[in-house]
Design a protein around this ligand. Sequence first.
Ligand code: EPU
Length: 433
Amino acid sequence: MDKIIVEGGVALRGEVQVSGAKNAALPILAAALLAEGEHVVANVPDLADVRTMGRLLSSMGCEVSRSPTPRQGDGGEKLGASSSFLVRVPARVRPEATYELVKTMRASVVVLGPLLARFGEARVSLPGGCAIGDRPIDQHLKVLTALGAEIAIEHGYVMARVPSGRLRGAEFGFDVQTVTGTENAIMAAVLAEGTTVLRNCAREPEVADLAAALNAMGARIEGAGRTEIRVQGVERLGALRHTVIADRVEAGTLLVAGALTGGDVRVKGFDPVHLAALVEKLREAGAHVEAIPDGLRVVGNGPAHPIQLRTAPHPGFPTDMQAQMMVLLAVGSGSSVVTETIFENRYMHVLELRRLGADITVDGKTALVKGVPQLSGAPVMASDLRASAALVLAGLVASGTTEVQRVYHLDRGYERLEEKLAPLGARIRRVKA
Ligand code: EPU
Protein backbone atom coordinates (compact mmCIF):
# COMPACT_ATOMS: atom_id res chain seq x y z
CA MET A 1 0.00 0.00 0.00
CA ASP A 2 1.44 3.38 -1.00
CA LYS A 3 2.38 6.07 1.51
CA ILE A 4 2.90 9.77 1.02
CA ILE A 5 5.85 11.32 2.78
CA VAL A 6 5.85 15.08 3.31
CA GLU A 7 8.62 17.23 4.75
CA GLY A 8 6.97 20.42 5.97
CA GLY A 9 8.04 24.03 5.91
CA VAL A 10 8.12 25.12 2.27
CA ALA A 11 5.99 28.06 1.06
CA LEU A 12 4.42 26.85 -2.21
CA ARG A 13 5.01 28.95 -5.30
CA GLY A 14 4.03 28.64 -8.92
CA GLU A 15 1.18 27.63 -11.17
CA VAL A 16 -0.89 24.47 -11.19
CA GLN A 17 -3.58 23.15 -13.53
CA VAL A 18 -6.77 21.58 -12.19
CA SER A 19 -7.98 18.17 -13.48
CA GLY A 20 -11.50 17.19 -14.52
CA ALA A 21 -14.14 16.87 -11.79
CA LYS A 22 -14.62 13.39 -10.34
CA ASN A 23 -18.15 14.12 -9.18
CA ALA A 24 -19.18 15.37 -12.62
CA ALA A 25 -17.38 12.61 -14.56
CA LEU A 26 -19.02 9.76 -12.63
CA PRO A 27 -22.70 10.55 -13.41
CA ILE A 28 -21.81 11.67 -16.94
CA LEU A 29 -20.16 8.31 -17.66
CA ALA A 30 -23.28 6.61 -16.27
CA ALA A 31 -25.39 8.78 -18.61
CA ALA A 32 -23.83 6.95 -21.56
CA LEU A 33 -26.14 4.05 -20.65
CA LEU A 34 -29.07 6.14 -21.85
CA ALA A 35 -28.28 5.59 -25.53
CA GLU A 36 -26.89 2.84 -27.69
CA GLY A 37 -23.73 3.74 -29.58
CA GLU A 38 -20.34 5.32 -29.12
CA HIS A 39 -19.92 8.04 -26.51
CA VAL A 40 -16.94 10.27 -25.82
CA VAL A 41 -16.38 12.08 -22.53
CA ALA A 42 -13.32 14.35 -22.38
CA ASN A 43 -11.35 15.73 -19.43
CA VAL A 44 -12.05 12.68 -17.29
CA PRO A 45 -9.59 12.49 -14.39
CA ASP A 46 -7.51 9.35 -13.98
CA LEU A 47 -8.75 8.26 -10.55
CA ALA A 48 -9.61 5.07 -8.74
CA ASP A 49 -13.33 6.00 -8.63
CA VAL A 50 -13.40 6.66 -12.38
CA ARG A 51 -11.74 3.29 -13.01
CA THR A 52 -14.42 1.69 -10.82
CA MET A 53 -17.13 3.34 -12.95
CA GLY A 54 -15.33 1.98 -16.05
CA ARG A 55 -15.37 -1.52 -14.52
CA LEU A 56 -19.06 -1.14 -13.68
CA LEU A 57 -19.96 -0.17 -17.25
CA SER A 58 -17.81 -3.04 -18.60
CA SER A 59 -19.52 -5.49 -16.24
CA MET A 60 -22.82 -4.53 -17.84
CA GLY A 61 -21.51 -5.28 -21.33
CA CYS A 62 -20.23 -1.84 -22.45
CA GLU A 63 -16.78 -1.43 -24.01
CA VAL A 64 -14.76 1.18 -22.19
CA SER A 65 -11.41 2.64 -23.22
CA ARG A 66 -9.36 5.72 -22.45
CA SER A 67 -7.24 7.94 -24.62
CA PRO A 68 -5.20 11.00 -23.61
CA THR A 69 -6.81 14.40 -24.14
CA PRO A 70 -4.16 16.73 -25.58
CA ARG A 71 -3.89 19.75 -23.31
CA GLN A 72 -2.42 23.08 -24.22
CA GLY A 73 1.26 23.07 -23.45
CA ASP A 74 1.71 19.52 -22.21
CA GLY A 75 1.09 17.53 -25.37
CA GLY A 76 -1.36 15.35 -23.45
CA GLU A 77 1.20 12.63 -22.85
CA LYS A 78 1.95 13.66 -19.28
CA LEU A 79 1.22 11.09 -16.59
CA GLY A 80 -1.86 11.91 -14.63
CA ALA A 81 -3.32 14.18 -17.30
CA SER A 82 -7.09 13.96 -17.56
CA SER A 83 -8.08 12.04 -20.67
CA SER A 84 -11.04 11.06 -22.82
CA PHE A 85 -13.22 8.08 -22.13
CA LEU A 86 -14.77 6.17 -24.94
CA VAL A 87 -17.84 4.12 -23.99
CA ARG A 88 -19.53 1.82 -26.50
CA VAL A 89 -23.00 0.94 -25.28
CA PRO A 90 -24.73 -2.07 -26.87
CA ALA A 91 -28.47 -2.41 -27.61
CA ARG A 92 -28.94 -4.42 -24.42
CA VAL A 93 -26.87 -4.37 -21.25
CA ARG A 94 -26.95 -6.48 -18.10
CA PRO A 95 -28.77 -3.92 -15.88
CA GLU A 96 -26.91 -4.77 -12.71
CA ALA A 97 -24.43 -3.16 -10.30
CA THR A 98 -23.01 -5.82 -8.00
CA TYR A 99 -22.14 -5.47 -4.34
CA GLU A 100 -18.45 -5.94 -5.24
CA LEU A 101 -18.47 -2.69 -7.22
CA VAL A 102 -20.95 -0.63 -5.20
CA LYS A 103 -19.10 -1.36 -1.94
CA THR A 104 -15.93 0.15 -3.45
CA MET A 105 -17.79 3.22 -4.69
CA ARG A 106 -21.15 4.45 -3.43
CA ALA A 107 -21.54 6.72 -6.46
CA SER A 108 -22.22 3.52 -8.48
CA VAL A 109 -25.84 4.15 -7.49
CA VAL A 110 -26.06 6.73 -10.31
CA VAL A 111 -26.59 3.90 -12.80
CA LEU A 112 -30.03 3.29 -11.30
CA GLY A 113 -31.76 6.20 -13.08
CA PRO A 114 -30.34 5.53 -16.57
CA LEU A 115 -30.94 1.76 -16.35
CA LEU A 116 -34.58 2.20 -15.37
CA ALA A 117 -35.14 4.88 -17.98
CA ARG A 118 -33.71 2.89 -20.87
CA PHE A 119 -34.29 -0.76 -19.97
CA GLY A 120 -37.18 -0.58 -17.48
CA GLU A 121 -35.27 -2.69 -14.97
CA ALA A 122 -32.27 -2.44 -12.65
CA ARG A 123 -30.64 -4.48 -9.92
CA VAL A 124 -28.28 -2.31 -7.92
CA SER A 125 -26.62 -3.30 -4.67
CA LEU A 126 -27.50 -1.10 -1.70
CA PRO A 127 -24.42 0.82 -0.65
CA GLY A 128 -23.39 -0.25 2.85
CA GLY A 129 -21.94 1.84 5.65
CA CYS A 130 -19.72 4.79 4.93
CA ALA A 131 -16.90 6.36 6.93
CA ILE A 132 -18.41 9.86 6.78
CA GLY A 133 -22.00 9.10 7.77
CA ASP A 134 -25.19 7.18 7.26
CA ARG A 135 -25.81 8.27 3.64
CA PRO A 136 -29.20 6.69 2.87
CA ILE A 137 -30.59 6.58 -0.68
CA ASP A 138 -34.27 6.88 0.26
CA GLN A 139 -34.68 10.04 -1.85
CA HIS A 140 -33.34 8.28 -4.96
CA LEU A 141 -35.89 5.50 -4.48
CA LYS A 142 -38.74 7.93 -3.70
CA VAL A 143 -38.28 9.97 -6.85
CA LEU A 144 -37.95 6.88 -9.06
CA THR A 145 -41.13 5.50 -7.51
CA ALA A 146 -42.88 8.80 -8.26
CA LEU A 147 -41.80 8.35 -11.89
CA GLY A 148 -43.53 4.95 -12.01
CA ALA A 149 -40.87 2.45 -10.90
CA GLU A 150 -41.70 -0.43 -8.56
CA ILE A 151 -38.93 -0.91 -6.06
CA ALA A 152 -38.20 -3.66 -3.57
CA ILE A 153 -35.14 -4.36 -1.45
CA GLU A 154 -34.14 -8.02 -1.69
CA HIS A 155 -30.96 -9.70 -0.52
CA GLY A 156 -29.17 -6.36 -0.16
CA TYR A 157 -30.14 -5.21 -3.64
CA VAL A 158 -32.47 -2.52 -4.94
CA MET A 159 -34.68 -4.45 -7.35
CA ALA A 160 -36.40 -1.91 -9.57
CA ARG A 161 -38.64 -2.31 -12.57
CA VAL A 162 -41.07 -0.27 -14.58
CA PRO A 163 -44.27 -2.31 -15.00
CA SER A 164 -45.53 -0.16 -17.89
CA GLY A 165 -42.14 -0.36 -19.66
CA ARG A 166 -41.58 3.40 -19.69
CA LEU A 167 -41.28 5.85 -16.81
CA ARG A 168 -43.89 8.66 -16.64
CA GLY A 169 -43.18 12.32 -15.94
CA ALA A 170 -44.25 13.48 -12.47
CA GLU A 171 -43.92 16.32 -9.97
CA PHE A 172 -41.62 15.57 -7.07
CA GLY A 173 -40.11 17.55 -4.21
CA PHE A 174 -36.99 16.19 -2.48
CA ASP A 175 -37.16 16.15 1.35
CA VAL A 176 -33.42 16.92 1.44
CA GLN A 177 -31.14 18.29 -1.26
CA THR A 178 -29.14 15.39 -2.63
CA VAL A 179 -26.55 15.62 -5.38
CA THR A 180 -26.58 12.07 -6.74
CA GLY A 181 -30.32 11.80 -5.97
CA THR A 182 -31.00 14.81 -8.20
CA GLU A 183 -28.71 13.29 -10.86
CA ASN A 184 -30.54 9.95 -10.77
CA ALA A 185 -33.89 11.75 -11.04
CA ILE A 186 -32.80 13.79 -14.07
CA MET A 187 -31.35 10.75 -15.85
CA ALA A 188 -34.57 8.83 -15.20
CA ALA A 189 -36.79 11.69 -16.37
CA VAL A 190 -35.02 12.39 -19.68
CA LEU A 191 -36.55 9.30 -21.33
CA ALA A 192 -39.85 9.36 -19.40
CA GLU A 193 -43.16 10.03 -21.06
CA GLY A 194 -44.21 13.65 -20.46
CA THR A 195 -42.87 16.37 -18.20
CA THR A 196 -41.14 16.00 -14.86
CA VAL A 197 -40.85 18.85 -12.38
CA LEU A 198 -38.28 18.34 -9.63
CA ARG A 199 -38.23 20.67 -6.61
CA ASN A 200 -35.65 21.24 -3.87
CA CYS A 201 -32.94 19.95 -6.21
CA ALA A 202 -29.23 20.09 -5.43
CA ARG A 203 -27.62 23.10 -7.13
CA GLU A 204 -24.04 21.80 -7.31
CA PRO A 205 -22.15 22.66 -10.54
CA GLU A 206 -21.78 18.91 -11.18
CA VAL A 207 -25.59 18.62 -11.53
CA ALA A 208 -25.56 21.42 -14.08
CA ASP A 209 -22.67 19.78 -15.96
CA LEU A 210 -24.57 16.49 -16.15
CA ALA A 211 -27.62 18.33 -17.50
CA ALA A 212 -25.46 20.04 -20.13
CA ALA A 213 -24.09 16.66 -21.22
CA LEU A 214 -27.61 15.19 -21.40
CA ASN A 215 -28.97 18.17 -23.33
CA ALA A 216 -26.15 17.70 -25.85
CA MET A 217 -27.45 14.11 -26.28
CA GLY A 218 -30.87 15.53 -27.11
CA ALA A 219 -32.48 15.72 -23.67
CA ARG A 220 -34.69 18.67 -22.73
CA ILE A 221 -33.70 19.80 -19.25
CA GLU A 222 -34.23 23.31 -17.93
CA GLY A 223 -33.17 24.82 -14.65
CA ALA A 224 -30.25 22.56 -13.67
CA GLY A 225 -28.18 24.50 -11.15
CA ARG A 226 -31.36 25.91 -9.61
CA THR A 227 -33.69 24.27 -7.08
CA GLU A 228 -36.46 23.64 -9.62
CA ILE A 229 -35.63 21.52 -12.65
CA ARG A 230 -38.02 20.72 -15.52
CA VAL A 231 -37.44 17.79 -17.81
CA GLN A 232 -39.45 17.18 -20.94
CA GLY A 233 -39.05 13.48 -21.71
CA VAL A 234 -37.90 12.43 -25.18
CA GLU A 235 -38.20 9.08 -27.02
CA ARG A 236 -34.49 8.53 -27.43
CA LEU A 237 -31.13 10.20 -26.99
CA GLY A 238 -28.11 10.43 -29.29
CA ALA A 239 -24.38 10.18 -28.76
CA LEU A 240 -22.74 11.76 -25.74
CA ARG A 241 -19.96 14.24 -26.54
CA HIS A 242 -18.95 16.27 -23.54
CA THR A 243 -15.98 17.84 -21.78
CA VAL A 244 -16.24 17.54 -18.02
CA ILE A 245 -15.88 20.69 -15.90
CA ALA A 246 -12.79 21.18 -13.74
CA ASP A 247 -12.71 19.84 -10.21
CA ARG A 248 -13.61 22.65 -7.82
CA VAL A 249 -12.61 20.57 -4.79
CA GLU A 250 -9.15 19.88 -6.19
CA ALA A 251 -8.85 23.59 -7.02
CA GLY A 252 -9.98 24.47 -3.50
CA THR A 253 -7.52 22.03 -1.93
CA LEU A 254 -4.64 23.63 -3.89
CA LEU A 255 -5.78 27.13 -2.90
CA VAL A 256 -5.84 26.18 0.77
CA ALA A 257 -2.36 24.65 0.34
CA GLY A 258 -1.11 27.98 -1.03
CA ALA A 259 -2.66 30.03 1.78
CA LEU A 260 -1.63 27.59 4.50
CA THR A 261 2.06 27.53 3.56
CA GLY A 262 2.26 31.33 3.21
CA GLY A 263 2.87 30.78 -0.49
CA ASP A 264 1.88 32.39 -3.77
CA VAL A 265 0.03 29.93 -5.99
CA ARG A 266 -1.89 30.37 -9.23
CA VAL A 267 -4.54 27.68 -9.61
CA LYS A 268 -5.74 27.52 -13.21
CA GLY A 269 -8.25 25.82 -15.45
CA PHE A 270 -11.42 26.07 -13.34
CA ASP A 271 -14.40 28.36 -12.83
CA PRO A 272 -13.91 30.50 -9.66
CA VAL A 273 -17.69 31.02 -9.42
CA HIS A 274 -17.89 27.39 -8.29
CA LEU A 275 -15.73 28.23 -5.27
CA ALA A 276 -17.24 31.54 -4.17
CA ALA A 277 -18.04 30.31 -0.63
CA LEU A 278 -14.49 29.01 -0.10
CA VAL A 279 -12.94 32.20 -1.45
CA GLU A 280 -15.05 34.26 0.95
CA LYS A 281 -13.82 32.20 3.90
CA LEU A 282 -10.18 32.28 2.75
CA ARG A 283 -10.36 36.07 2.58
CA GLU A 284 -12.07 36.28 5.96
CA ALA A 285 -9.19 34.18 7.32
CA GLY A 286 -6.77 36.78 5.95
CA ALA A 287 -5.48 35.18 2.73
CA HIS A 288 -5.20 37.32 -0.38
CA VAL A 289 -7.22 35.80 -3.22
CA GLU A 290 -7.46 37.45 -6.63
CA ALA A 291 -8.94 36.54 -9.99
CA ILE A 292 -6.47 35.69 -12.76
CA PRO A 293 -7.33 34.58 -16.29
CA ASP A 294 -8.87 31.08 -16.03
CA GLY A 295 -8.49 30.73 -12.27
CA LEU A 296 -7.42 32.25 -8.96
CA ARG A 297 -4.19 33.34 -7.30
CA VAL A 298 -3.80 32.91 -3.58
CA VAL A 299 -1.16 34.57 -1.44
CA GLY A 300 -0.77 33.47 2.18
CA ASN A 301 -0.63 36.23 4.74
CA GLY A 302 0.40 34.91 8.15
CA PRO A 303 -1.63 32.66 10.47
CA ALA A 304 -5.35 32.45 9.62
CA HIS A 305 -7.66 34.75 11.53
CA PRO A 306 -10.30 32.86 13.48
CA ILE A 307 -13.55 32.33 11.57
CA GLN A 308 -16.90 30.59 11.83
CA LEU A 309 -17.52 28.08 9.10
CA ARG A 310 -20.67 26.07 8.41
CA THR A 311 -21.00 23.55 5.60
CA ALA A 312 -24.15 23.71 3.47
CA PRO A 313 -25.42 22.53 0.09
CA HIS A 314 -24.10 24.58 -2.86
CA PRO A 315 -23.74 27.56 -3.06
CA GLY A 316 -22.89 27.25 0.64
CA PHE A 317 -19.50 26.15 1.95
CA PRO A 318 -18.80 22.65 0.55
CA THR A 319 -18.53 19.75 2.97
CA ASP A 320 -15.82 18.40 0.65
CA MET A 321 -13.58 21.35 1.68
CA GLN A 322 -14.26 21.23 5.44
CA ALA A 323 -11.32 18.99 6.41
CA GLN A 324 -8.76 20.93 4.34
CA MET A 325 -9.96 24.30 5.69
CA MET A 326 -9.72 22.94 9.23
CA VAL A 327 -5.96 22.51 8.75
CA LEU A 328 -5.62 26.20 7.88
CA LEU A 329 -7.57 27.12 11.03
CA ALA A 330 -5.60 24.63 13.15
CA VAL A 331 -2.46 26.74 12.65
CA GLY A 332 -4.43 30.00 12.87
CA SER A 333 -4.15 32.85 15.35
CA GLY A 334 -7.26 32.16 17.44
CA SER A 335 -10.27 29.93 17.99
CA SER A 336 -12.47 29.02 15.04
CA VAL A 337 -15.76 27.16 15.02
CA VAL A 338 -16.56 24.66 12.28
CA THR A 339 -20.03 23.17 11.89
CA GLU A 340 -20.61 20.19 9.61
CA THR A 341 -24.27 20.00 8.59
CA ILE A 342 -24.19 17.54 5.66
CA PHE A 343 -22.59 14.37 7.02
CA GLU A 344 -22.79 13.33 10.68
CA ASN A 345 -19.37 11.70 10.93
CA ARG A 346 -17.10 13.85 8.83
CA TYR A 347 -14.56 14.62 11.52
CA MET A 348 -12.41 11.52 11.17
CA HIS A 349 -9.42 13.72 10.35
CA VAL A 350 -9.61 15.43 13.74
CA LEU A 351 -8.03 12.58 15.71
CA GLU A 352 -5.19 12.36 13.20
CA LEU A 353 -4.66 16.15 13.21
CA ARG A 354 -4.45 15.97 17.00
CA ARG A 355 -1.60 13.49 16.63
CA LEU A 356 0.19 16.28 14.77
CA GLY A 357 -0.42 18.64 17.71
CA ALA A 358 -3.64 20.35 16.63
CA ASP A 359 -5.99 21.53 19.38
CA ILE A 360 -9.45 20.55 18.13
CA THR A 361 -12.45 19.36 20.14
CA VAL A 362 -15.60 18.00 18.59
CA ASP A 363 -19.04 18.23 20.15
CA GLY A 364 -21.67 16.73 17.87
CA LYS A 365 -21.75 18.69 14.63
CA THR A 366 -19.39 21.37 15.90
CA ALA A 367 -15.63 21.46 16.12
CA LEU A 368 -13.77 24.06 18.14
CA VAL A 369 -10.40 24.65 16.48
CA LYS A 370 -7.87 26.51 18.65
CA GLY A 371 -4.97 27.62 16.52
CA VAL A 372 -1.50 26.42 17.54
CA PRO A 373 1.76 27.99 16.33
CA GLN A 374 3.12 24.80 14.77
CA LEU A 375 2.14 21.23 13.97
CA SER A 376 4.73 18.49 14.31
CA GLY A 377 5.07 15.70 11.75
CA ALA A 378 4.07 12.12 12.58
CA PRO A 379 2.73 9.01 10.86
CA VAL A 380 -1.02 9.43 10.28
CA MET A 381 -3.75 7.35 8.73
CA ALA A 382 -6.21 8.53 6.11
CA SER A 383 -9.83 7.54 6.80
CA ASP A 384 -11.65 8.95 3.78
CA LEU A 385 -10.93 10.95 0.66
CA ARG A 386 -11.08 14.57 1.87
CA ALA A 387 -9.62 13.65 5.27
CA SER A 388 -6.55 12.29 3.50
CA ALA A 389 -6.14 15.52 1.53
CA ALA A 390 -6.29 17.40 4.84
CA LEU A 391 -3.51 15.22 6.27
CA VAL A 392 -1.30 15.90 3.23
CA LEU A 393 -1.91 19.65 3.72
CA ALA A 394 -1.07 19.34 7.41
CA GLY A 395 2.19 17.67 6.43
CA LEU A 396 3.09 20.70 4.32
CA VAL A 397 3.23 22.93 7.41
CA ALA A 398 4.21 20.45 10.11
CA SER A 399 7.81 20.41 11.32
CA GLY A 400 9.75 17.34 10.21
CA THR A 401 8.23 14.39 8.40
CA THR A 402 4.58 13.42 8.07
CA GLU A 403 3.81 10.02 6.66
CA VAL A 404 0.27 9.62 5.35
CA GLN A 405 -0.80 5.99 5.19
CA ARG A 406 -3.76 4.40 3.38
CA VAL A 407 -3.26 6.66 0.39
CA TYR A 408 -5.81 4.68 -1.61
CA HIS A 409 -8.43 6.99 -0.10
CA LEU A 410 -6.65 10.00 -1.61
CA ASP A 411 -6.29 8.28 -4.98
CA ARG A 412 -10.05 7.81 -5.20
CA GLY A 413 -10.52 11.51 -5.79
CA TYR A 414 -7.22 13.30 -6.53
CA GLU A 415 -5.24 12.76 -9.69
CA ARG A 416 -1.79 12.20 -8.13
CA LEU A 417 -1.96 15.11 -5.71
CA GLU A 418 1.77 14.80 -4.97
CA GLU A 419 2.54 15.53 -8.64
CA LYS A 420 0.52 18.75 -8.41
CA LEU A 421 2.21 19.88 -5.18
CA ALA A 422 5.85 18.92 -5.91
CA PRO A 423 6.31 21.37 -8.84
CA LEU A 424 5.11 24.12 -6.46
CA GLY A 425 8.10 23.33 -4.24
CA ALA A 426 6.51 20.89 -1.80
CA ARG A 427 8.88 18.21 -0.51
CA ILE A 428 6.49 15.36 -1.06
CA ARG A 429 6.89 11.89 -2.46
CA ARG A 430 5.01 8.65 -2.79
CA VAL A 431 6.62 5.46 -1.65
CA LYS A 432 5.46 1.93 -2.30
CA ALA A 433 5.06 0.29 1.08
N1 EPU B 1 -29.46 12.08 1.89
C1 EPU B 1 -30.59 11.46 2.37
N2 EPU B 1 -31.28 10.62 1.53
C2 EPU B 1 -30.88 10.40 0.26
C3 EPU B 1 -29.73 11.03 -0.22
C4 EPU B 1 -29.03 11.88 0.62
O1 EPU B 1 -30.98 11.66 3.52
O2 EPU B 1 -31.57 9.63 -0.45
C5 EPU B 1 -28.71 13.01 2.77
C6 EPU B 1 -27.29 12.52 3.05
O3 EPU B 1 -27.25 11.59 4.10
C7 EPU B 1 -26.58 13.81 3.35
C8 EPU B 1 -27.28 14.82 2.44
O4 EPU B 1 -28.51 14.22 2.07
O5 EPU B 1 -26.82 14.19 4.68
C9 EPU B 1 -26.51 15.17 1.17
O6 EPU B 1 -26.05 14.00 0.54
P1 EPU B 1 -25.92 13.87 -1.04
O7 EPU B 1 -26.89 12.83 -1.51
O8 EPU B 1 -25.99 15.21 -1.66
O9 EPU B 1 -24.48 13.26 -1.22
P2 EPU B 1 -24.03 12.31 -2.38
O10 EPU B 1 -24.79 12.61 -3.61
O11 EPU B 1 -24.01 10.91 -1.89
C10 EPU B 1 -22.19 13.90 -3.35
C11 EPU B 1 -20.72 13.80 -3.61
C12 EPU B 1 -19.98 13.83 -2.28
C13 EPU B 1 -20.32 15.13 -1.57
C14 EPU B 1 -21.83 15.24 -1.38
C15 EPU B 1 -22.28 16.54 -0.77
C16 EPU B 1 -20.68 12.53 -5.66
C17 EPU B 1 -20.33 11.28 -6.37
N3 EPU B 1 -20.45 12.57 -4.35
O12 EPU B 1 -22.53 12.75 -2.56
O13 EPU B 1 -18.60 13.81 -2.59
O14 EPU B 1 -19.70 15.18 -0.32
O15 EPU B 1 -22.49 15.10 -2.66
O16 EPU B 1 -21.86 17.62 -1.53
O17 EPU B 1 -21.14 13.49 -6.30
C18 EPU B 1 -16.35 13.39 -2.18
O18 EPU B 1 -16.12 13.69 -3.36
O19 EPU B 1 -15.44 13.24 -1.32
C19 EPU B 1 -17.72 13.19 -1.74
C20 EPU B 1 -18.04 12.51 -0.65
